[in-house]
Design a protein around this ligand. Sequence first.
Ligand code: 2M8
Length: 459
Amino acid sequence: MQTIKHLTDEQLWIGAMNVLRNNDLGGWTKASPALYPHQWSWDSAFIAIGLSRVDPSRALKELETLFSAQWADGRVPHIVFNPKAHDYFPGPDRWDCAALNPDASKTPATSGIIQPPVHALAVWKIFLEDHFAKDELVPRIKALFPKLLAWHRYLATQRDPEKLGLISIYHPWESGTDNSPRWDLPMSKVKVGKVPPYTRRDTTHVKDASQRPTQQEYDKYLWLVECLKKAHYKDEEILQQKYPFIIKDTFMSAIFALANDSLIKLAERIDEPKETIAEITQWKERTTQGIVEKCWDSTTNLALDLDVKHGLTPISVSTCAGLAPIVVPGMQRAIVEQSVAKLTGPDFAGHAGLAYPVLISTTPDSPGFKPRAYWRGPSWPVVNWLFYECLRMQGFNKEGTDLRQYNLAMLRRPDSRFAEYFEPFTAEPLGSLDQAWTAAVVIDWLSAAGAVKGTKYME
Ligand code: 2M8
């Protein structure tokens, strides 16, 4: 039997640093070398978390660059386009945001939708790293704070007009878990109209099409973009029109609660007014309540998304998003315990036959599971990182540390190459290699484990 020679901590560290350096375009980082040549919103937040361990100033710059493309209404677009990259579809012309919405960023051009708000957590991490140094970044953090606040206010108001504490999304791309079975039922109700012709670019980079969404799914994604354009990317118009896909996203909402917790801690440390802290606290508490009262399903022990277009019907699927309560600070203890049991149990990380006991995106026994397909089964190291972080936040140190060590073991295989996602039963690397956020979480994990220290990010 051939034995695989795993990378040492040192080799893994050097590899991760090089992935980040090679994707670094000066002040911001592309999500991956070829498949994703632009700046993605939540990728940048995770990248900043990794960078905070080696260069907090550069980490902050990542977010300052992202927020320089924030819209006047507070939204942070899911993609900030790199004007030099033309090999991604849909690009800025297709989104056409600046022509359709006066609040949109003109330069740089952006998409018109959002992604989960991990940013305040990243800024909090940067603040802590900087604090151990000399608090040099505080003036820059103070300057960024109002932008973070405007982003959260956009989410709390425009994306939750019902004040349920739950964030509405208008497109599977907004969830970050694009092709998850979470969206199968609501997307099956979307009837595709006339989509202008287009050529996909993703399948030229990922040759095995089974790892990417199907053509039918892509047509629907593009149809929703046409519908958003028709509504000028305006929340009021989207809500008034017969816009076909609006979901209360439980995972996005949980991340919002976590980010509000970070924003409160940040606000306290940089002496923001009491009223600001009270406002953010209200958002955080409302979300916690919303998830418990509306999303938690005690039959399956999962938090479910709700279909707004169909009377807030819970969407019953078994995906990692259902473990959202673990992400919510101050969540009821019994619900956290049940969610942790679910995460470590036979449906997810404890499933028989997994190559490594890590968190997979969809449970193998559920409809819609596909072990190689995008968000339908494979494991994402970056999602594992989020749950690792939150397990520890909830006091489940052993479970969190185990998750970190098993992920690192998988990523130490020489062929892992910081892939975007991994087949659960074979640990085959899938999607893009050299994915920036995978490298970033490796840097954070190795730092947390005390494994490697002291390399400079850039000379
Ligand atoms: C994937 O999404 C983009 C669209 O936004 C794509 O497939 O083209 C998702 O995994 C998303 O969560 C991620 O932010 C993005 C870049 O890594 O890729």
